[in-house]
Design a binder for this molecule. Structure first.
Ligand code: PRE
Length: 286
């Protein structure tokens, strides 16, 4: 039986690449969603066993809608994948740079190419569903004045030319993707924990939370704050720390921490992506 996977975008999107790479060698049956919510909903209603979504980018930061959706639909994080994002300007075959008047891409794609696009201030920018759907749109419209920002896979899939390569502002442009599921999964090799909490509304509350990790030697790799609905200037904190919940010391620290929070939920404990990409990012940092 193939694994039903809900994937954001469509074939050729960066999320598609993340899915291919994470599930390499597995028998999968993907279904695509144009909105992040489609993917989370498919997983929450168990139409799909797993979902794949972008969660943070090394240039533009956290993809905050996805944090909110995972939490709202009560989904769990069961894996992660980093993908190097190398944007290109794609056009109909034969189009020249001076022909272009409009550019389609996912809002993240447009954001990650801001400097390049500034040099072409006359272009009209269209935020679109995903990079791959933008490429398909250029193919469908058959208008040589229209280009898309997407990757080379999308160029091949939708019969477009790669007019300009490497147009992202940051050459080390990586996106991290979450693999989500309706239920928690536990593996002895899991080494990363994603959790969400709200602190008590008093001075130093977050300092106190961070201190738990620091004094117990737990490496915090990500912190993202999201506003609490209906509670102005109060926040959910989404946190990633390295560790395995089966380790008694780790679970004790988290239990103690939970007692000091107004809300505390572990979203997942999974194997971190220790692939070449992560090593490359670290090497670059020096
Ligand atoms: O549009 C796509 O191809 C996506 O997979 C979405 C997405 C994102 O939302 O961050 C994924 C990676 C890149 O950062 C740009 C776009």
């Amino acid at each position: 039986m193939p694994l039903n996977i809900a994937c954001f975008g469509q074939p050729g999107s960066y999320t598609y690449e993340a899915m291919k790479s994470y599930f390499a060698g597995k028998n999968i049956s993907p279904a695509y969603g144009s909105h992040f919510e489609d993917v989370v909903q498919a997983v929450a209603t168990r139409q799909a066993r797993y979902g794949v979504l972008p969660i943070e980018n090394s240039s533009t930061g956290g993809i905050t809608d996805v944090y909110d959706l995972i939490h709202r639909y009560d989904c769990c994080v069961v894996g992660e994948k980093y993908v190097k994002v190398e944007h290109c300007l794609l056009t109909l075959p034969g189009t020249k740079l001076e022909d272009i008047r409009e550019v389609y891409s996912h809002p993240q794609g447009l954001n990650q190419c801001r400097s390049y696009l500034k040099h072409h201030g006359e272009w009209q920018l269209h935020p679109y569903f995903s990079t791959s759907q933008s490429a398909e749109q250029v193919q469908k419209m058959e208008d040589p004045h229209i280009a898309a920002i997407a990757n080379k896979t999308a160029a091949d899939m939708y019969g477009l030319d790669v007019l300009v390569e490497h147009i992202n502002d940051n050459t080390m442009n990586y996106t991290r993707f979450f693999i989500i599921a309706a239920d928690m999964e536990q593996s002895p090799e899991a080494d990363k924990i994603t959790l969400v909490l709200t602190t008590q509304h008093r001075p130093g509350a977050l300092y106190h939370v961070l201190g738990y990790f620091f004094y117990n030697g737990m490496n915090m790799t990500h912190l993202e704050s999201r506003p609490l609905k209906g509670r102005p200037f109060e926040y959910f904190f989404h946190i990633d720390v390295m560790g395995n919940l089966r380790n008694p010391a780790t679970s004790r620290v988290l239990r103690n921490l939970a007692e000091h929070c107004n809300y505390f939920k572990i979203l997942g404990n999974y194997v971190s992506d220790q692939g070449g990409n992560v090593d490359e990012i670290r090497r670059h940092r020096g």
